[in-house]
Ligand binder design. Structure first.
Ligand code: ADP
Length: 491
């Protein structure tokens, strides 16, 4: 294992920094490395092997071999499941170390890494381990003297490109269904947060996955990511990230007509009616936006509050948000850490400036913390109009836009006036209103009197510009299976 000096805290002082290709750890063909930083201190954590087209080619060939002629094809589905259970057990045994690694590289509070990200990772692998031997076809009653049945076969080599906001959880969402279905994978982690995926690679080898089944190539999007998208040996691309990148990926994968699934951004409406349990709604508004420093694709960043309770609710929200404990992500009491990097930090601050320029009212926050690290004060804007930049664009930071509305039809229309459609929430004691929102808001997930409730069994994904396909649940397996119809003449 390559070593690097840890910049701050955490259980480990050395990190896996090489590429995983064909069951072996190796340097990039070019010999290049790139730096990954601690966003809380801006200090170097480690230099990581920088994969590009040459490494992607080796990884795809290894994945191809493991799929086409290697042991994976012949491994019983139940044994695939057992390896996945074993991986989940190993993650659980190393939970504290992995949580610290995630917090170090991403900056998220240790309480979230420990109590949210890691348990969801373990659960996802166990959930899909259970599916491995339950992926059935059907018998089909067709006309004539034939026996017709369908099978679900693995799609082949899956190229998986993930973002930095939930680095390990995104690995679990990608590997879980792919491995259960019998695919082999080439993973390209985000350049900001490569370390936890590499550690999961070590645990996957320990769990017994054969060489070539899991390959990991850290590197940049325009080089490693692009090569994966264009490679002829890849059957399918699963991507989570920005819509603009997805457009490029769709274009670049069209020559090879790859199967693609996308989980993209959002500007999700969180709708609070006057008749709601307003204490619970307040908690939900704060969790819905500020979890993970606002770096969630499903963040409830448009908070619609009914006019009769608007002013009071905004006051309470401002007070609650201003009390959020921001600081050292390794402090167990910290509720907010830094943004992931300088680019995100500057983008968010520019949106805060735009909000002020366009006439929204800063209730709390409204700027950087200052000093080392990419910390931004949790910010609430009130008196936000639908046409302001902070109400239209995905900011991916701790900036909440609070918007006033009058009635059900109006709020549904306004909630839907967006190119996105990932998630929505409604807070009300009136079941009719709850159903109206659940029925008519065009979003892949609707939460009623709750927010950010995730479960490996519940499908997740977007309408419109928020994505193509669904991850998690039984639906998530569709992304990694091909249907085959077999028809046999009986005489
Ligand atoms: P974010 O703003 O969250 O970083 P991106 O869409 O830029 O969102 O990045 C998500 C993932 O997509 C990262 O792993 C990144 O390296 C990768 N990526 C970026 N550009 C490309 C590209 N042109 N082709 C393939 N992958 C890319």
């Amino acid at each position: 294992m390559a070593t690097a000096t840890e910049s701050r805290r955490g259980a480990r002082t050395s990190f896996q920094t090489q590429l995983l290709i064909d069951g072996k750890w190796r340097d990039a063909v070019s010999g290049k490395t790139f730096a990954t930083y601690n966003p809380a201190t801006e200090e170097l954590i480690a230099n990581v092997a920088e994969g590009d087209a040459a490494d992607i080619d080796l990884a795809v060939k290894a994945a191809r071999k493991a799929f086409d002629s290697g042991p994976w094809r012949k491994t019983d589905a139940r044994d695939r499941g057992r390896m996945m259970y074993k991986l989940a057990d190993l993650i659980e045994e190393n939970l504290e170390e992995l949580a610290q690694l995630e917090t170090l590289d991403n900056g998220k509070p240790i309480s979230e890494s420990r109590n949210a990200d890691l348990p969801l990772v373990v659960d996802c692998f166990r959930y899909y381990a259970g599916w491995a031997d339950k992926i059935h076809g059907h018998t089909v009653p067709i006309r004539g003297n034939f026996f017709c049945y369908t099978k679900r076969e693995p799609v082949g080599v899956a190229g998986q490109i993930i973002p930095w906001n939930f680095p390990m959880l995104m690995v679990a969402w990608k590997w879980g269904p792919a491995l259960a279905a019998g695919c082999t994978v080439v993973l390209k982690p985000a350049e900001q947060t490569p370390l936890s995926a590499l550690r999961l690679g070590e645990l996957a080898l320990e769990a017994g996955f054969p060489a070539g089944v899991i390959n990991i190539v850290p590197g940049f999007g325009e080089t490693a990511g692009d090569a994966l998208v264009k490679h002829k040996g890849v059957d399918k691309i699963a991507f989570t990230g920005e819509g603009k990148t997805a457009e490029l990926i769709m274009r670049n994968s069209s020559d090879t007509l790859k199967r693609i699934t996308f989980e993209l951004g959002g500007k999700s409406p969180n709708i609070i009616f006057a008749d709601a349990d307003l204490d619970a709604a307040l908690e939900g508004a704060v969790l819905g936006l500020y979890l993970n420093q606002g770096q969630c694709c499903c963040a409830g960043s448009r908070l619609f509050v009914q006019d009769t309770v608007y002013d009071k609710f905004v006051d309470r929200l401002g007070a609650k948000v201003s009390e959020r404990k921001l600081g050292d992500p390794f402090d167990p009491g910290t509720e907010m850490g830094p943004q992931v990097d300088k680019a995100q930090y500057e983008k968010i601050l520019s949106y805060i400036d735009k909000g002020k320029q366009q006439g929204a009212r800063v209730v709390t926050g409204g700027g950087p913390v200052g000093g080392k690290g990419f910390f931004i004060k949790p910010t609430v804007f009130a008196d936000v109009r639908d046409d302001m930049a902070i109400a239209c664009d995905e900011i991916f930071g701790p900036v909440l836009s609070v918007i006033k509305f009058k009635d059900v039809d109006e709020v549904i229309h306004r909630a839907n006036t967006t190119d996105y459609g990932l998630a929505a929430a409604v807070w009300t004691r009136d079941i009719g209103k709850a159903h109206a929102i659940a029925d008519r808001v065009r979003a892949g997930t609707v939460w009623v009197n709750c927010y950010d409730v995730f479960d490996a069994a519940a499908p997740f994904g977007g309408f419109k510009r928020s994505g193509i396909g669904r991850e998690l649940g039984e639906k998530g397996l569709d992304n990694y299976t091909e249907n085959k119809t077999v028809t046999i003449a009986l005489d």
